[in-house]
Design a binder for this molecule. Sequence first.
Ligand SMILES: *[C@@H]1O[C@H](CO)[C@@H](O)[C@H](O)[C@H]1NC(C)=O
Ligand SMILES: *[C@@H]1O[C@H](CO)[C@@H](O)[C@H](O)[C@H]1NC(C)=O
Ligand SMILES: *[C@@H]1O[C@H](CO)[C@@H](O)[C@H](O)[C@H]1NC(C)=O
Ligand SMILES: *[C@@H]1O[C@H](CO)[C@@H](O)[C@H](O)[C@H]1NC(C)=O
Ligand SMILES: *[C@@H]1O[C@H](CO)[C@@H](O)[C@H](O)[C@H]1NC(C)=O
Ligand SMILES: *[C@@H]1O[C@H](CO)[C@@H](O)[C@H](O)[C@H]1NC(C)=O
Ligand SMILES: *[C@@H]1O[C@H](CO)[C@@H](O)[C@H](O)[C@H]1NC(C)=O
Ligand SMILES: *[C@@H]1O[C@H](CO)[C@@H](O)[C@H](O)[C@H]1NC(C)=O
Ligand SMILES: *[C@@H]1O[C@H](CO)[C@@H](O)[C@H](O)[C@H]1NC(C)=O
Ligand SMILES: *[C@@H]1O[C@H](CO)[C@@H](O)[C@H](O)[C@H]1NC(C)=O
Ligand SMILES: *[C@@H]1O[C@H](CO)[C@@H](O)[C@H](O)[C@H]1NC(C)=O
Length: 410
Amino acid sequence: MRRCVGLALLCLLGLGFLQSRALQVDVKDDANKTCIYASMMMNFTVRYDTNTSGSRNKTFSLPSDVTLDGSSCGNSTVAPLLWLHFGSGHSWSLNFTRNATVYKGSAITFTYNLNDSHVFPDAKTKGTVTTVFKAAFPPPVPLHNIYKCNSVDAVMAEEVIQIFWNVTLQAFVENGTISSNASQCEADTPSTPGPVTTIPTTTIYSPTTAPRPDKPIAGNYSISNGSKVCLLATMGLQLNVSQARSETTWVVINIDPSNTNGTGSCDNDTASLRLNSNNTFLSFLFAVKNNHFYLKEVEISLLGFINGSAFNESNGNLSYWETSLGSSYMCHSEQRLQVTEHFLLNTFDLRVQPFHVENGNYSTAQQCSLDDDTILIPIIVGAALAVLIIIIMLAYIIGRRKSYAGYQTL
Ligand SMILES: *[C@@H]1O[C@H](CO)[C@@H](O)[C@H](O)[C@H]1NC(C)=O
Ligand SMILES: *[C@@H]1O[C@H](CO)[C@@H](O)[C@H](O)[C@H]1NC(C)=O
Ligand SMILES: *[C@@H]1O[C@H](CO)[C@@H](O)[C@H](O)[C@H]1NC(C)=O
Ligand SMILES: *[C@@H]1O[C@H](CO)[C@@H](O)[C@H](O)[C@H]1NC(C)=O
Ligand SMILES: *[C@@H]1O[C@H](CO)[C@@H](O)[C@H](O)[C@H]1NC(C)=O
Ligand SMILES: *[C@@H]1O[C@H](CO)[C@@H](O)[C@H](O)[C@H]1NC(C)=O
Ligand SMILES: *[C@@H]1O[C@H](CO)[C@@H](O)[C@H](O)[C@H]1NC(C)=O
Ligand SMILES: *[C@@H]1O[C@H](CO)[C@@H](O)[C@H](O)[C@H]1NC(C)=O
Ligand SMILES: *[C@@H]1O[C@H](CO)[C@@H](O)[C@H](O)[C@H]1NC(C)=O
Ligand SMILES: *[C@@H]1O[C@H](CO)[C@@H](O)[C@H](O)[C@H]1NC(C)=O
Ligand SMILES: *[C@@H]1O[C@H](CO)[C@@H](O)[C@H](O)[C@H]1NC(C)=O
């Protein structure tokens, strides 16, 4: 039997995000040596049904006074487990796995007690509810490194959203000494990744069909060959991916240009654009055929997509956006490009020119047929109105002529 001692320290934070305090705990083995260390801030939002006013969302924080009953350092067959108990009958646990080089979270188990009328007043159903998140939180961290992430990260399920930030965590601590080597999460180093080991944060997308996000903001990307701009792209991008490859639940994710980096390369007959944000990698490959360019390949990679696993899809046999060389391709309307069975790319306010860019500016645009339609409608309406006006004028003139002629005959 391993014995565990919990040290719950109170850190009153001046910057009180919902006035929660950082929790700090360590799990110790029977030699009194630390094997798991954790400090973090956490909020839960739980949706529950009430007797009188339908469903309600309750947000509460992980308190700093917790007990660690059941926590364990593990051994060769049992995974280390951090198990926090708080309030009346609520608990949160995280177990870990490792291989020869890295460790990571295996599953988060959150149990809340609807009998706790202080937290869940007027709850319709009673009893405890347990939700398991097979989330890769933390993501793989090199062994003997401490994981740090000040950015907000979230894990979501239908009824529960967990938000954590200011996380400092180490499992498989050796010799009871917390490491001084830190692995900072990628979200903490937004634009220019430094020399530190960066690892992506995990985001578990809600398994329910979330409401469709707004139209994505268009980003401007340009790639240079030496000092000469060789590829220009302006696009609002929205991913539509099927969860669990079941094709029944689709998740729609907007690419936020403000935290997306564009890189790429240009050759005489191929050009590539790679967009890289938090945990999304999206790449486009353009090729040339018969004096035209076209979009040949799209590749997507979402880290920590579902149950902590990555979502990777690509198709190198596409032929979208075909346009003569020396022109740009433009489409303001929404386009839904089928990339694979499980991945569609929706584009908005699109303009691309992957070849023959002169002086860093777009050349004449060839417009998509969708836009032509939207331009045609006002033209048709305008023409119809013009014809109507002409008819009315003719009728009026003829009418006047007739009455004038009438006077003359009198
Ligand atoms: C472990 O450390 C705590 C305080 O740090 C002490 O009270 C306890 O007696 C120690 N236990 C063992 C087995 O050394
Ligand atoms: C609770 O939260 C969900 C998702 O965040 C939202 O769709 C719903 O409208 C909220 N319900 C209430 C009663 O606030
Ligand atoms: C972690 O806990 C989950 C849920 O109890 C379990 O399914 C999983 O096997 C555990 N992971 C390891 C490595 O034991
Ligand atoms: C350990 O796991 C990581 C990712 O989970 C993997 O990249 C690495 O190759 C694995 N190492 C070994 C030795 O299995
Ligand atoms: C996170 O921790 C840092 C210091 O470690 C502190 O300065 C900052 O205010 C904390 N952020 C929040 C939102 O509590
Ligand atoms: C733990 O202690 C052993 C023996 O003293 C040493 O070889 C090893 O490098 C130490 N590990 C760490 C991570 O400090
Ligand atoms: C990316 O990270 C930023 C800040 O770190 C955050 O505001 C944003 O919501 C994240 N976007 C996604 C899609 O996770
Ligand atoms: C996502 O793709 C599915 C399947 O093609 C479709 O039913 C759904 O309308 C699409 N959603 C968006 C926002 O494009
Ligand atoms: C994710 O994990 C849950 C709980 O273990 C499981 O029921 C579900 O099928 C998993 N989803 C996928 C896509 O593997
Ligand atoms: C690319 O085109 C330029 C000018 O047309 C030519 O000089 C160069 O050799 C070409 N490069 C390749 C790799 O074909
Ligand atoms: C690529 O697409 C063409 C026509 O769309 C098809 O004839 C060809 O078999 C496809 N090639 C591959 C490798 O899928």
